[in-house]
Design a protein around this ligand. Structure first.
Ligand code: ADP
Ligand code: MG
Length: 224
């Protein structure tokens, strides 16, 4: 009976997630459908319609690509990687966006970093999500410090921003699918990232003070 209950709980979760996804994708689809119809009736404003349509398409693409990470089997492509290189690459990827938002990203390595056993693309995706959230929270004279160090059998990675922070009543809801406080957020980033870190046998922790900033802490096991 116990096992059966567990399965039905899992099914309920899948149902909730499916309902959320369907809802999130239906909105931009409905809008696309509307514009296709408008274009049939009035071809004059094509350019205007096209640009809205392409942003709706981009939104569907974003939702689907974030969700795809959840669909990947565990330990899909684990390899030994140099964490310093990996993080440097991630920072490079986000540099333009950071400059545009007037946010500086600084990396502080407090000890030599080890190799980690990881799915490189997934780990990068998680780090990109944390940094993007940091940029979005600090926009304006913001600063993000990525602090990394080794501790016995693990490596600790902290993303510290001096952004808006998270109100206490919202902290508990983070990582819930589709929970977002942003106008065009998907609310999938943290959920997907947590899953990625857990797939790496790591842990994820968020600490935040409203009005002062947020720290995202990732611990990953060091390969022995
Ligand atoms: P999204 O970025 O699409 O909103 P996420 O899952 O990445 O979805 O984040 C969920 C919510 O958590 C955000 O909408 C925001 O309210 C909060 N959040 C996450 N990271 C930070 C941060 N560094 N600073 C402030 N709020 C954050
Ligand atoms: Mg996000």
């Amino acid at each position: 009976a116990h096992e059966f209950l567990q399965n039905s709980e899992k099914l309920a979760l899948v149902g909730q997630l499916a309902a959320g996804i369907a809802h999130e994708i239906r909105n931009p689809l409905t809008s696309l459908k509307g514009f296709v119809q408008l274009m049939q009736e009035d071809g004059m404003r094509k350019q205007e319609y096209f640009s809205i349509m392409s942003s709706e398409l981009a939104r569907i693409e974003l939702i689907v690509s974030e969700l795809l990470v959840l669909a990947k089997p565990h330990a899909s492509a684990f390899e030994v990687r140099d964490l310093t290189n990996l993080m440097n690459h991630v920072v490079t990827l986000l540099e333009t966006e950071a400059i545009l938002q007037k946010v500086t990203i600084r990396m502080v390595m407090e000890s030599p970093l080890p190799m980690v056993h990881c799915d490189e693309n997934q780990l990068k995706q998680a780090f990109i999500n944390f940094l993007k959230n940091g940029i979005e929270a600090t926009s304006g004279s913001g600063e993000i410090v990525i602090r990394l160090w080794c501790e016995r059998d693990k490596v600790v990675i902290r993303f510290e921003d001096n952004g808006v922070g998270i109100p206490e009543e919202q902290l508990a809801r983070l990582g819930e699918a589709f929970f977002t406080t942003k106008e065009s957020g998907t609310g999938l980033g943290l959920m997907v990232s947590r899953r990625i870190i857990e797939n790496h046998r790591g842990t994820l922790r968020l600490m935040s003070t409203q009005g002062r900033g947020t720290t995202v802490e990732v611990c990953l096991p060091i390969i022995s």
